[in-house]
Design a protein around this ligand. Structure first.
Ligand code: GZL
Length: 343
């Protein structure tokens, strides 16, 4: 082969080999700049060690809440997080908190499955000098020094919002004097979410003797339990006018159970459906009219928790109660939020 052909070919092959080597090296991190790499990550002894006791993974909402706290308390943000999923068992949460105490973490972040039964373990954490931040749900304790702050929603207000929406809806439909048969799918019995939403709704319903609450059942915020309970309610009552479902996961199965019995729901349906949480899938059902209203409960609480920890690290005071912003979604306002939804 002539040299004026061979040499350019050889040069082209060498260039190709070099390019391939650089690309592979970059992708494998082989060429990482050690100086740059250590600068971006805090050294281990500077990390804030946080024990996170999450109550479970029972709902879409909970998954978003877990992602939010794990993203906020990341190593890049200066944390070493120890995460525990209690699978909705109080004993598991108590064990996890005791484990965090024995590991002498700097902080404990805790979403209590129920309001009662945590005084002793919280006193142990306080006596060990470990600040506890409640995330999402709250605890029912005499001594509020057992936790330094709570980040979450005003659950009772959420229940009141549901009641006020129903008052307005029945008035619009000219049904404010009519007997309205209501069933309520409640969340985990004794949780601050269930207690607050129930109390809030009753605060409004007690003003309407024509609102007949046929049954309130514990469906534990899960679709499994809600399917079982809704089936029982549909077998027992043939004239339900409204379902109040205390989270979207229960709403999904309640709507499906009614549909399977040719009962329509939502704006043009036989049964009015009120849901809580406002996850993306439920908001699409609000948009298409299958669910009448969804009372938002915002799970994106991680950043709020991180800001509280950073303030405490700087010796600053923090608010005891830190509520997250929330909206009541109906067909009229849901579209503007659908695409930007984080969960
Ligand atoms: C509310 C939260 C509830 C959600 C459910 O703050 O505790 O628990 O509404 C979740 O989806 O299971």
């Amino acid at each position: 082969m002539r040299r004026h052909v061979l040499y350019p070919m050889m040069a082209a092959i060498i260039v190709l080999i070099l390019c391939a080597t650089i690309i592979i090296g970059e992708r494998s991190g082989f060429f990482l700049n050690p100086a740059k790499d250590t600068e971006s990550e805090p050294s281990d002894d500077k990390l804030i060690v946080v024990g996170i006791s999450q109550l479970g993974s029972e709902s879409v909402w909970r998954t978003a809440n877990t992602e939010s706290i794990q993203n906020a308390l990341s190593r890049e943000n200066g944390y070493f997080a120890i995460f525990s999923n209690a699978r909705q068992k109080q004993d598991n949460q108590i064990k996890a908190i005791r484990s965090f105490i024995s590991q002498r973490v700097d902080y404990i972040v805790f979403s209590p499955c129920t309001e009662d039964g945590f005084e002793n373990v919280l006193a142990e954490a306080r006596d060990a000098g470990i600040p506890v931040i409640l995330m999402d749900r709250t605890v029912n304790v005499e001594d509020d020094s057992l936790y330094v702050a709570h980040v979450g929603s005003d659950m009772k207000q959420e229940g009141i919002k549901a009641g006020i929406w129903l008052e307005q809806e029945l008035w619009k439909r000219g049904r404010n004097e009519e007997d309205i048969n209501i069933v309520i799918l409640k969340g985990t019995e004794g949780s601050s979410a269930e207690i607050g939403r129930s109390e809030g709704f009753h605060e409004i319903s007690k003003n309407h003797p024509n609102w007949k609450i046929l049954a309130e059942v514990d469906a534990d915020f899960t679709n499994t339990k809600a399917k079982e309970e809704m089936g029982k309610l549909l077998r027992e009552f043939s004239d339900i006018d409204e379902v109040i479902s205390q989270n979207d996961d229960m709403t999904f199965v309640a709507v499906a159970a009614m549909r399977s019995r040719c009962i329509t729901t939502g704006i043009d349906g036989q049964v009015i459906v009120v849901s809580f949480d406002a996850c993306h899938e439920a908001l699409t059902m609000v948009y298409n009219g299958t669910i009448n209203v969804d009372i938002e409960c915002n799970p994106m609480q991680g950043e709020y928790v991180s800001q509280i920890i950073k303030k405490l690290e700087n010796g600053e005071s923090v608010e005891k109660e830190n509520s997250v912003d929330e909206v009541v979604f109906t067909k009229e306002n849901v579209l503007e939020s659908l695409d930007s939804r984080a969960y």
